[in-house]
Design a protein around this ligand. Sequence first.
Ligand SMILES: [Cu+2]
Ligand SMILES: [Zn+2]
Length: 188
Amino acid sequence: MKIRSTMLFALLVTGSLLIVDSGFARKNEASQAAQAPAASITRAVAVLHPTEGSQVRGLVTFTQVGGEVRVVADIEGLSAGSHGFHIHEFGDCSARDATSAGGHFNPMAMPHGAPADTRRHVGDLGNLTAGADGKAHLEWSDSRLAFTGSQSILGRGVIVHANADDLRTQPTGNAGGRLACGSIGVAK
Ligand SMILES: [Cu+2]
Ligand SMILES: [Zn+2]
């Protein structure tokens, strides 16, 4: 009887130790997740929705590849031809005309330019070119875009415009109204 109760006691102690231990493990995991470095973000997406009166919609993905961010855009509902394509300062697409997204994302205080220019807004992605079917596909690797620091595009807005970006006119490229807007969110 004495042996049995000793064993029972030992089992109880071991059991409660295990419970306490797994509680610690869970707490540790939680605090590690909360402190996960932003550098671990390697992918982001923007789902573009039509502004009022527009049919333009699509998906833009951003993937870190070495020191560059690869941009892949698939947009539909466009008129054939070129349409300005930019990252704007705010990921706020709440206004019916998407003016709430602000101007081109320009953290380095540069003039508007072409994607390949040395001096350009970080958000200057040039033009999308739609075919007769109204669809545009773009792939572009960009060394200015980032997921951390002052050039981070996370939480910014992606805009597709009614007209072509002339890559010169300050500060907008004279690309006209906004046809679609989406905010850039962290993706898996
Ligand atoms: Cu724009
Ligand atoms: Zn610009």
